[in-house]
Design a protein around this ligand. Structure first.
Ligand code: ATP
Ligand code: MG
Length: 209
Protein backbone atom coordinates (compact mmCIF):
# COMPACT_ATOMS: atom_id res chain seq x y z
CA UNK A 1 0.00 0.00 0.00
CA UNK A 2 1.33 3.43 -0.85
CA UNK A 3 -0.32 5.63 1.75
CA UNK A 4 2.45 8.04 2.62
CA UNK A 5 2.00 9.96 5.85
CA UNK A 6 3.77 13.31 5.73
CA UNK A 7 5.06 14.82 8.93
CA UNK A 8 4.54 18.51 9.61
CA UNK A 9 7.38 20.09 11.54
CA UNK A 10 7.94 23.75 12.35
CA UNK A 11 11.37 25.38 12.50
CA UNK A 12 11.92 28.41 14.69
CA UNK A 13 15.35 29.68 13.73
CA UNK A 14 17.05 32.58 15.45
CA UNK A 15 20.09 33.91 17.18
CA UNK A 16 18.17 33.73 20.48
CA UNK A 17 20.52 36.22 22.11
CA UNK A 18 18.53 35.98 24.34
CA UNK A 19 15.43 33.95 23.48
CA UNK A 20 12.27 35.87 24.46
CA UNK A 21 8.52 35.39 24.61
CA UNK A 22 8.17 36.74 21.04
CA UNK A 23 9.93 33.63 19.73
CA UNK A 24 7.90 31.34 21.98
CA UNK A 25 4.53 32.87 21.10
CA UNK A 26 5.28 32.68 17.37
CA UNK A 27 6.22 29.02 17.64
CA UNK A 28 3.16 28.15 19.72
CA UNK A 29 0.81 29.97 17.32
CA UNK A 30 2.38 28.21 14.33
CA UNK A 31 2.04 24.85 16.10
CA UNK A 32 -1.64 25.43 16.73
CA UNK A 33 -2.67 27.23 13.56
CA UNK A 34 -0.87 24.89 11.14
CA UNK A 35 -1.44 21.60 13.00
CA UNK A 36 2.29 20.98 13.40
CA UNK A 37 3.56 17.91 15.24
CA UNK A 38 6.34 19.84 16.87
CA UNK A 39 8.53 22.89 16.50
CA UNK A 40 12.32 22.66 16.35
CA UNK A 41 14.18 25.54 17.93
CA UNK A 42 17.29 26.05 15.89
CA UNK A 43 19.81 28.46 17.38
CA UNK A 44 21.83 29.85 14.50
CA UNK A 45 25.47 28.89 14.30
CA UNK A 46 27.37 31.70 12.72
CA UNK A 47 25.02 33.61 10.43
CA UNK A 48 26.87 36.00 8.09
CA UNK A 49 24.44 38.88 8.77
CA UNK A 50 25.30 38.80 12.48
CA UNK A 51 29.05 38.33 12.18
CA UNK A 52 29.74 41.57 14.03
CA UNK A 53 27.98 40.43 17.19
CA UNK A 54 30.27 41.25 20.10
CA UNK A 55 28.05 42.19 23.01
CA UNK A 56 26.16 38.93 23.14
CA UNK A 57 26.12 35.55 24.79
CA UNK A 58 28.39 32.68 23.79
CA UNK A 59 27.10 29.86 21.59
CA UNK A 60 26.83 27.57 24.61
CA UNK A 61 24.90 30.20 26.55
CA UNK A 62 22.46 30.77 23.69
CA UNK A 63 21.96 27.03 23.48
CA UNK A 64 21.42 26.72 27.25
CA UNK A 65 18.96 29.63 27.33
CA UNK A 66 16.98 28.12 24.47
CA UNK A 67 16.85 24.73 26.21
CA UNK A 68 15.65 26.39 29.44
CA UNK A 69 12.98 28.40 27.63
CA UNK A 70 11.36 25.43 25.90
CA UNK A 71 11.82 22.67 28.48
CA UNK A 72 8.24 22.76 29.80
CA UNK A 73 6.65 22.50 26.35
CA UNK A 74 6.39 18.88 25.11
CA UNK A 75 6.04 19.86 21.45
CA UNK A 76 9.09 22.14 21.39
CA UNK A 77 12.49 20.56 20.69
CA UNK A 78 16.02 21.92 20.63
CA UNK A 79 17.97 21.32 17.43
CA UNK A 80 21.73 21.90 17.66
CA UNK A 81 22.44 21.15 14.00
CA UNK A 82 23.60 24.66 13.05
CA UNK A 83 25.68 25.11 16.20
CA UNK A 84 27.70 22.02 15.42
CA UNK A 85 28.63 23.13 11.90
CA UNK A 86 31.82 25.03 11.25
CA UNK A 87 32.05 28.26 9.31
CA UNK A 88 29.08 30.41 8.27
CA UNK A 89 25.74 28.65 8.51
CA UNK A 90 23.07 29.15 5.90
CA UNK A 91 19.40 28.22 6.17
CA UNK A 92 19.41 26.70 2.67
CA UNK A 93 22.10 24.23 3.71
CA UNK A 94 20.38 23.39 7.01
CA UNK A 95 17.13 22.69 5.20
CA UNK A 96 18.88 20.60 2.55
CA UNK A 97 20.38 18.39 5.27
CA UNK A 98 17.06 18.11 7.08
CA UNK A 99 15.17 17.13 3.92
CA UNK A 100 17.85 14.58 3.11
CA UNK A 101 17.49 12.99 6.55
CA UNK A 102 13.70 13.23 6.66
CA UNK A 103 12.24 13.03 3.15
CA UNK A 104 8.82 12.26 4.65
CA UNK A 105 8.60 15.63 6.41
CA UNK A 106 7.19 18.98 5.31
CA UNK A 107 8.99 21.82 7.04
CA UNK A 108 7.33 25.09 8.08
CA UNK A 109 9.90 27.81 8.64
CA UNK A 110 8.64 30.42 11.11
CA UNK A 111 9.81 34.03 10.87
CA UNK A 112 8.94 37.63 11.66
CA UNK A 113 8.07 40.25 9.05
CA UNK A 114 11.59 41.74 9.20
CA UNK A 115 12.98 38.44 7.97
CA UNK A 116 10.33 38.30 5.23
CA UNK A 117 11.29 41.77 3.99
CA UNK A 118 14.99 40.82 3.79
CA UNK A 119 14.41 37.32 2.44
CA UNK A 120 15.80 38.28 -1.02
CA UNK A 121 19.22 38.73 0.54
CA UNK A 122 19.33 35.26 2.12
CA UNK A 123 21.53 32.71 0.37
CA UNK A 124 19.58 30.79 -2.28
CA UNK A 125 16.04 31.94 -1.49
CA UNK A 126 14.82 29.71 -4.32
CA UNK A 127 16.24 26.59 -2.62
CA UNK A 128 14.82 27.59 0.76
CA UNK A 129 11.46 28.17 -0.91
CA UNK A 130 11.54 24.73 -2.50
CA UNK A 131 12.42 23.07 0.83
CA UNK A 132 9.86 24.63 3.15
CA UNK A 133 6.72 26.64 3.63
CA UNK A 134 7.25 30.04 5.24
CA UNK A 135 5.03 31.17 8.10
CA UNK A 136 5.30 34.88 8.76
CA UNK A 137 4.28 36.92 11.78
CA UNK A 138 3.70 40.65 11.88
CA UNK A 139 6.45 42.76 13.44
CA UNK A 140 7.11 46.48 13.91
CA UNK A 141 3.44 47.16 13.10
CA UNK A 142 4.07 46.44 9.42
CA UNK A 143 0.77 46.66 7.51
CA UNK A 144 -0.73 43.42 6.25
CA UNK A 145 -0.92 44.86 2.70
CA UNK A 146 2.85 45.45 2.66
CA UNK A 147 3.45 41.90 3.84
CA UNK A 148 1.05 40.50 1.24
CA UNK A 149 2.75 42.50 -1.50
CA UNK A 150 6.11 41.03 -0.49
CA UNK A 151 4.63 37.53 -0.30
CA UNK A 152 3.36 37.88 -3.89
CA UNK A 153 6.72 39.22 -5.04
CA UNK A 154 8.63 36.32 -3.43
CA UNK A 155 6.17 33.81 -4.86
CA UNK A 156 6.72 35.21 -8.36
CA UNK A 157 10.52 35.37 -7.98
CA UNK A 158 11.29 32.19 -6.08
CA UNK A 159 8.07 30.17 -5.99
CA UNK A 160 7.88 30.80 -2.23
CA UNK A 161 4.84 29.39 -0.46
CA UNK A 162 4.09 31.80 2.37
CA UNK A 163 1.28 32.05 4.90
CA UNK A 164 0.55 34.69 7.50
CA UNK A 165 0.44 33.69 11.14
CA UNK A 166 -2.33 35.08 13.30
CA UNK A 167 -0.28 36.74 16.01
CA UNK A 168 -0.52 40.08 17.77
CA UNK A 169 2.26 42.58 17.08
CA UNK A 170 4.77 41.80 19.80
CA UNK A 171 6.98 44.80 20.37
CA UNK A 172 9.98 42.95 21.71
CA UNK A 173 13.45 42.19 20.39
CA UNK A 174 16.65 40.66 21.74
CA UNK A 175 18.45 43.89 20.89
CA UNK A 176 16.18 45.87 23.20
CA UNK A 177 16.47 43.24 25.92
CA UNK A 178 20.28 43.31 25.77
CA UNK A 179 20.12 47.07 26.09
CA UNK A 180 17.81 46.86 29.13
CA UNK A 181 20.03 44.26 30.78
CA UNK A 182 23.13 46.37 30.26
CA UNK A 183 21.33 49.27 31.90
CA UNK A 184 20.22 46.97 34.73
CA UNK A 185 16.55 47.47 33.84
CA UNK A 186 14.02 44.71 34.32
CA UNK A 187 13.24 42.28 31.50
CA UNK A 188 11.06 40.13 33.72
CA UNK A 189 8.14 38.54 31.81
CA UNK A 190 9.86 39.29 28.49
CA UNK A 191 11.99 36.18 28.95
CA UNK A 192 10.96 33.03 30.85
CA UNK A 193 12.05 33.01 34.52
CA UNK A 194 14.59 30.17 34.15
CA UNK A 195 16.29 32.14 31.34
CA UNK A 196 16.35 35.26 33.47
CA UNK A 197 17.90 33.33 36.38
CA UNK A 198 20.52 31.91 34.00
CA UNK A 199 21.38 35.38 32.65
CA UNK A 200 21.84 36.64 36.21
CA UNK A 201 23.95 33.71 37.37
CA UNK A 202 26.16 33.78 34.29
CA UNK A 203 26.28 37.59 34.29
CA UNK A 204 25.57 37.80 30.58
CA UNK A 205 24.84 41.14 28.87
CA UNK A 206 26.65 43.23 31.41
CA UNK A 207 28.38 46.31 30.23
CA UNK A 208 31.18 45.33 27.86
CA UNK A 209 32.38 48.82 27.03
P1 ATP B 1 17.90 40.74 17.45
O1 ATP B 1 17.30 42.03 17.93
O2 ATP B 1 19.18 40.37 18.10
O3 ATP B 1 17.96 40.64 15.93
P2 ATP B 1 15.39 39.30 17.51
O4 ATP B 1 14.48 39.68 18.61
O5 ATP B 1 15.11 39.87 16.14
O6 ATP B 1 16.88 39.59 17.93
P3 ATP B 1 16.15 36.83 16.32
O7 ATP B 1 16.80 35.70 17.03
O8 ATP B 1 16.94 37.69 15.41
O9 ATP B 1 15.42 37.74 17.45
O10 ATP B 1 14.85 36.35 15.56
C1 ATP B 1 14.58 35.07 15.09
C2 ATP B 1 13.30 35.12 14.28
O11 ATP B 1 12.21 35.50 15.14
C3 ATP B 1 13.31 36.14 13.14
O12 ATP B 1 12.65 35.59 12.02
C4 ATP B 1 12.54 37.31 13.71
O13 ATP B 1 11.88 38.03 12.69
C5 ATP B 1 11.54 36.61 14.61
N1 ATP B 1 11.12 37.45 15.73
C6 ATP B 1 11.84 37.78 16.82
N2 ATP B 1 11.15 38.58 17.64
C7 ATP B 1 9.94 38.77 17.05
C8 ATP B 1 8.78 39.52 17.39
N3 ATP B 1 8.72 40.24 18.51
N4 ATP B 1 7.72 39.48 16.55
C9 ATP B 1 7.77 38.77 15.40
N5 ATP B 1 8.85 38.05 15.02
C10 ATP B 1 9.92 38.05 15.82
MG1 MG C 1 16.54 39.76 14.59
Amino acid sequence: MNSEIRHRIGIMGGTFDPIHIGHLILAECAYEQFQLESVLFLPSGNPPHKKHRHDGASDQERLDMTALAIRDNPHFTLDCEEMLRNGFTYTCETLRLMKEKHPDTDYYFIMGADSLMSFDSWKHPELISASCILLVAVRDQLETEKMQEKMKELHAKFGSRIFLLGTPNLDISSTKLRECLRQKRSVRYFVPDPVLDYIKIKQIYQDTE
